[in-house]
Design a protein around this ligand. Structure first.
Ligand code: UGA
Length: 440
């Protein structure tokens, strides 16, 4: 096998660690840098600090090619391409906080021999600003599109790889395009600003799809339709597509909330009012809160009522709690005086600090014991397999709110429980499942 280009990765969070492990799997020697010494220590010992399917094995299998360090200089000595994967959290104003990116740039040698490859999600214009500030820096924008929970699969089988470079840095964008060539996805070569915009626009569009279908769900509730049927009927039109049309209690995570607000701010900073995104954000916020209304309709005042949250992570197959709907729900329920119990198969450790006053349980059964109502917040597969007759017996009341339209409503109601989905009533949901089965 020809010698593969060694690479450096700065910031070993989700994107950085997956990038490092996957490039190592492809045969590259990877020098991965993080300022968090404890994290680096854990990774050196072969213990990834995040839950991502397949990642432990990948790190273990490629230990020889993966070097973890706190010294950025080691990566710069060994590699000419340095992937910047540090996080860009939102500031109070909604803009992206670029201080960590700036800290990486400050350590960078603008010697013409190194290129900074930006994977962190940054506002359009960041690349141009960095090139202005650091003389001689070679800069490539290579935004990341992986999803938590299927990050390795997404990396290894990309729909597309976007490589943005400006004239003068041709060698660097050629080198980055070459790294990804074996993966087979279409390589989209653009200028830096367009590559930055592809990332922001893609996340904003997906978030828009979710808020759109959530509004349709809310209308379905009024007109007696079932949103899962509506989404199925819409999604078969290939101009629309079926993905990201799952109605529920809103999107969360480290990306959509932050990136949608960052794009809105970016537009606002130029004097352009991005009205559509303002609505997308507002719909998402209200969607989480609507669940409280559903509970009150059934239970009356929530003071003293025990409510179980099934799932706490922002989506299944991750322990990531950033911007998870569970955080808003727990706070709102506690605000109404309810007693909140929560269970998540993997996010319990992370949840402890984030959900003060919530009783964190070791199993779904424990959370459901004595509950007047349960809300399915995260669609972990184990919740579909619950023994609903046993659940009915253990609960003090019969209400199950399926915040992800994930459960089989017939199974839930056959056990004597009351099923409430999002944009579908118990009866309509049952009929819809039957119709779908008839249609094969
Ligand atoms: C998202 C994008 O999907 C990735 O392409 C992108 O790389 C990533 O952000 C990023 O910018 O780093 P991620 O946040 O991991 O990935 O998760 P998604 O699977 O996109 O889900 C985001 C949220 O939307 C979750 O809370 C999920 O429950 C919700 N969602 C998703 C819906 O409510 N309905 C849907 O139909 C799909």
């Amino acid at each position: 096998m020809a010698e593969r280009e060694p690479i450096g990765v700065v910031g070993v969070g989700w994107v950085g660690l997956v990038t490092a492990a996957c490039f190592a799997e492809l045969g590259h020697r990877v020098h991965a840098v993080d300022i968090d010494a404890a994290k680096v220590e854990a990774l050196r010992a072969g213990r990834p600090t995040i839950h991502e399917p397949g990642l432990d094995d990948l790190v273990e299998r490629n230990r020889e090619r993966l070097a973890f360090t706190t010294e950025i200089g080691e990566a710069l000595d060994a590699a000419r391409l340095l992937f910047c994967c540090v996080d860009t959290p939102p500031t109070h104003s909604g803009d992206a906080d670029l201080s960590r990116v700036r800290a990486v740039v400050d350590r960078f040698r603008g010697d013409g021999g190194h290129a900074l490859v930006m994977k962190s999600t940054v506002p359009a214009g960041t690349g141009a600003a960095i090139r202005r500030d650091v003389e001689g820096i070679a800069y490539v924008s290579c935004p990341e599109f992986l999803k938590e929970g299927s990050a390795i699969e997404d990396f290894m089988h990309p729909d597309r790889v976007v490589v943005g470079g400006d004239p003068g840095d041709g060698w660097a964008s050629d080198a980055v395009a070459e790294l990804y060539a074996p993966l087979g996805g279409e390589i989209v070569r653009t200028d830096v600003a367009s590559a930055e915009m592809v990332k922001l626009a893609s996340n904003a569009f997906l978030a828009t799809k979710i808020s759109f279908i959530n509004e349709i769900a809310n209308v379905c509730e009024e007109v007696g339709a079932d949103v899962t049927e509506v989404a199925r009927g819409m999604g078969l039109d290939e101009r629309i597509g079926s993905s990201f049309l799952r109605a529920g209690i809103g999107y969360g995570g480290s990306c959509f909330p932050k990136d949608v607000s960052a794009l809105k701010q970016l537009a606002g900073n130029t004097g352009y009012h991005f009205q559509l995104l303002t609505a997308v954000i507002e719909v998402n916020e209200l969607q989480k809160r609507r669940v409280i209304g559903k509970l009150k309709e059934h239970l009356g005042p929530l003071a003293g009522k025990r409510v179980a949250l099934l799932g706490l992570a922002f989506k299944p197959d991750t322990d990531d709690m950033r911007e998870a709907s569970s955080l808003v729900l727990a706070a709102r329920l506690q605000g109404e005086g309810a007693i909140v119990a929560g269970y998540d198969p993997v996010a319990r450790g992370r949840a402890a600090d984030l959900l003060p006053g919530v009783e964190l349980c070791g199993s779904a059964a424990e959370a459901l014991e004595g509950a007047h109502a349960a809300i399915l917040v995260t669609e972990w597969p184990e919740f579909a397999e619950l023994d609903w007759a046993g659940v009915r017996e253990a609960m003090a009341g019969p209400l199950i709110v399926d915040g992800r339209n994930f459960l089989d409503p017939r199974k839930v109601s056959a056990a004597g429980l009351v099923y409430e989905g999002i944009g579908r009533s118990e009866a309509r949901a049952g009929a819809a499942v039957e119709a779908a089965q008839r249609g094969g």
